[in-house]
Design a protein around this ligand. Structure first.
Ligand code: AMP
Ligand code: MG
Length: 324
């Protein structure tokens, strides 16, 4: 097996297993399982279980690879009931899941983003969507020499073929593929972005959370571009999946605060999924996303992903809105 297929297979197995744990938690979601992190985003049992499962799988398959994940085990160490719930979920997916090992697996995901090769993980992207029982994603990407080489998005609630659950895989240089998430034997097919000549035909997507993207500004940009359709609001990197498979042709993420820096785990997998489906991804100024700056996209502000053909038009409209 070539290195790429081993990398991809390991990542897919890890994401599928984590997705099963997330679904199990979501099936019996109760309020006490959500607690507040310092930044006020809800953290769930599923966040921790997902990170533990993915780090355990990558440790087994690719033991030398560092993982830059969103979570760490500090809170869990002081929350015995929460830890117990997490261990139960992980044990459904993996043998030998003791409390100690689960904590160690989660903390395997706290590497610094300073190696030539590392994985970046959002164990549940769109935690708020997860808590609303709407869209969320398990996002895992391989970064080598500051470039995203593999992106895997598990989208447990995204419709596909009359059911729910879609898995997107992107390998640089190949077409993005989509398949059913829960059925490893189901065939994969390639997906492609919209073939649009004019931006006024576009449907755009954005965050449900107005704190994550400036929805007033996106409405002005849409009007400027002549877009009549309502924005498609979905949580998480499912927005990138939507652009990749032509459920939408623009994803706008416009800063709500000058000091916010996008996290690499919120964009690495999704951006490659769009690019390998034929689309383009830049920041709101039209600059390429720069994955060489550590755990944040320090050199970028905002995100614009499109089907490609209309990208320059969209960036021009973003600029006009900002200068207005
Ligand atoms: P979304 O589901 O697209 O709304 O994005 C969810 C992600 O938004 C989370 O994973 C957070 O990392 C990220 N986030 C948190 N605060 C902000 C903010 N002020 N601006 C942009 N993104 C944010
Ligand atoms: Mg996230």
């Amino acid at each position: 097996m070539s290195d790429r297929s081993r990398d991809l297979e390991s990542a897919v197995a890890a994401v599928r297993s984590a997705a099963r744990a997330c679904r199990a938690v979501q099936d019996q979601l109760v309020r006490p399982e959500a607690l507040e992190k310092g930044d006020k985003s809800p953290v769930t049992v599923a966040d921790f279980a997902s990170q533990a499962i993915i780090c355990a799988e990558l440790e087994r398959a690719l033991p030398r690879d560092p993982i830059v994940g969103e979570e760490d085990a500090d809170t869990l160490r002081h929350e015995a009931p929460l830890l117990k719930a997490v261990v139960e979920r992980v044990a459904e997916q993996r043998d030998a899941a003791s409390a100690e090992r689960v904590l160690a697996w989660i903390d395997r995901g706290t590497a610094k983003a300073d190696s030539a090769r590392y994985w970046t993980l959002d164990p549940i992207d769109g935690t708020k969507g997860f808590l609303r029982r709407e869209q969320y994603a398990i996002a895992l990407a391989l970064i080598e020499n500051g470039r995203v080489e593999i992106g895997v998005l598990g989208c447990p609630n995204l419709p596909l073929d009359g059911g729910l659950g879609a898995l997107f895989t992107a390998v640089r240089g190949q077409r993005t593929r989509m398949q059913r998430l829960w059925d490893a034997a189901a065939p994969a097919r390639t997906v492609a972005v919209a073939a649009l000549e004019r931006a006024d035909q576009a449907r755009f997507c954005e965050s449900v959370e107005s704190g994550h993207s400036d929805q007033d500004e996106s409405a002005r940009i849409a009007e400027d571009l002549g877009i009549k359709s309502e924005p498609f609001r979905i949580d998480s990197q499912c927005k990138y999946a939507a652009v990749a498979r032509n459920d939408a042709s623009i994803y706008l993420r416009l800063p709500t605060r000058a000091d916010y820096r996008e996290k690499i785990w919120d964009h690495a997998a999704g951006s490659l999924v769009v690019e390998c489906a034929g689309g383009r991804v830049t920041d709101a100024d039209g600059a390429p996303l720069d994955f060489t700056r550590g755990a944040t996209l320090d050199g970028n502000r905002g995100i614009v992903a499109t089907c490609g053909t209309i990208h320059d038009q969209v960036i021009a409209a973003v600029r006009r809105a900002r200068n207005a």
